[in-house]
Design a binder for this molecule. Structure first.
Ligand SMILES: *Cc1c(COP(=O)(O)O)cnc(C)c1O
Length: 392
């Protein structure tokens, strides 16, 4: 047999849609409610159970989830919030939606995660009088490796910060805390709020979609109100009551709802989440084995951490050349991420090349290889062969 060659491009990530997914969406289309029916709540209960949090509020996107977190935490002009430059821009943008200031801090080169020692250093070297402007931190479980949330909680408590965990890459990931207990990403036990995305490249696809998870009832209720125009029908909250139709708008909210069609898809997708995670981990093992002892750099997962592999990142000397080489061979690898502080929008606030040396060096060499449950063994072997051929 001639060696396998793909007939269509192999992207770095993509959704899996089954017949039962399609049937679930069609069933909603034939029902009474396309939106504001029973499916979003059903999805929320199932998602909270999977993540291990008390509450989940599903909404129209991960970015919307971040925005409502920033509102629930009352981010205001003058407030400073710390995050990583190696993330999708949305992790930072939520602070700007509320007029706050984004303070980037560099990553740890061995994990690519926001470096907690550097954040501690930043806070300790800020004069006491100015320290109170720092209100929160948004650590990101980049690529699917969870941050050490126990360590972040300790730091946050010491400096009076809240934590929003950006868990878009890490549903199902976990780590063992100092007491040996398993802590799942976004489980609400340590971070104040966590957010997820259901974009098709993520673990669970609803086309567009997102969620906030938390153990805090007050945040959960506020986020649910903000998701639907800031309107409440809750009898105990009403200032007046004119009858069955009556509602009140108490604050300026948005329409960030997830539709019933999307929620029905999410419910089906969630049933296969564990299976997908197992497949992602198997793909990662194969890449690690194939690149061991080669010039392709693959970072080790720290002891006690269970990676969810949204991405499989390698670092190589000639990244641009490898990217183009793979592209010509129908492999659509990607770069995650262009450091957010180098985006023109953030440069206007004074951020520049040289500010985050570890993140910038990482950016010059990183490449995300195809990583998604439907990637076949044959396709993966093809990807590996091309990378090794390029390396020589
Ligand atoms: C995907 C993603 C988001 C935003 O999600 P959307 O649903 O696309 O708005 C936020 N943060 C990270 C780290 C992401 O990967």
């Amino acid at each position: 047999m001639p060696p396998f060659t793909p007939t269509k491009p192999i992207s770095y990530g993509r959704q899996t849609i089954t017949d039962s997914d399609i049937a679930a969406v069609v069933e909603v289309l034939q029902s009474d409610y396309l939106t504001q029916g029973p499916k979003p709540q059903e999805f929320e209960k199932a998602f909270a159970a999977y993540i291990g949090s008390k509450y989940a509020a599903v909404m129209s996107s991960g970015a919307a989830a971040l925005h409502l977190c920033a509102l629930a935490l009352d981010v205001k002009p003058g407030d400073k919030v710390i995050t990583t430059p190696i993330t999708f821009t949305a992790s930072a943008n939520c602070v700007r939606y509320c007029g706050g200031e984004v303070v980037f801090s560099d990553i740890d080169e061995s994990t690519y995660l926001l470096d907690i020692q550097k954040v501690r250093h930043l806070l300790e070297h800020t004069p006491k009088a100015e320290r109170s402007a720092y209100k929160g931190v948004v650590p990101v479980d980049f690529a699917g490796l969870p941050v050490d949330m126990q360590a972040w909680r300790e730091l946050a408590d010491e400096f009076g910060l809240w934590i929003v965990e950006d868990s878009c890459h890490s549903p199902g990931a976990s780590f063992l805390d100092k007491q040996g207990a398993e802590r799942r990403s976004g489980d609400g036990s340590l971070a104040d709020l966590a957010i997820f995305s259901f974009h098709p490249v993520k673990h669970i696809a609803t086309a567009e979609g997102g969620a906030v998870t938390t153990n805090r009832q007050d945040y959960y209720e506020k986020i649910c109100r903000l998701r639907t125009h800031g309107i409440t029908r809750e009898a105990s909250m009403l200032q007046e009551n004119h009858g069955g139709w009556y509602y009140e708008m108490h604050e300026l909210g948005y329409n960030y709802r997830l539709t019933d069609m999307q929620a029905a898809l999410g419910i089906e997708q969630l049933k296969r989440a564990e299976e997908g995670l197992k497949r992602r981990r198997a793909i990662a093992r194969r890449y690690e084995e194939a690149f061991a002892g080669t010039p392709v750099t693959v970072r080790l997962v720290p002891e006690g951490f269970h990676h969810a592999y949204h991405l499989f990142v390698i670092e190589v000397e000639k990244r641009l050349e490898l990217y183009n080489f793979l592209r010509e061979r129908k492999i659509y690898a990607q770069v995650h991420y262009i450091p957010v502080h180098l985006q023109p929008y953030y440069k206007q606030f004074g951020w520049k090349r040289g500010d985050m040396p570890v993140a910038e060096r990482y950016y010059d060499h990183c490449l995300s290889l195809p990583m998604f449950p439907a990637l076949t063994d044959e396709e993966q072997e093809y990807v590996i062969r091309q990378v090794l051929e390029f390396i020589g």
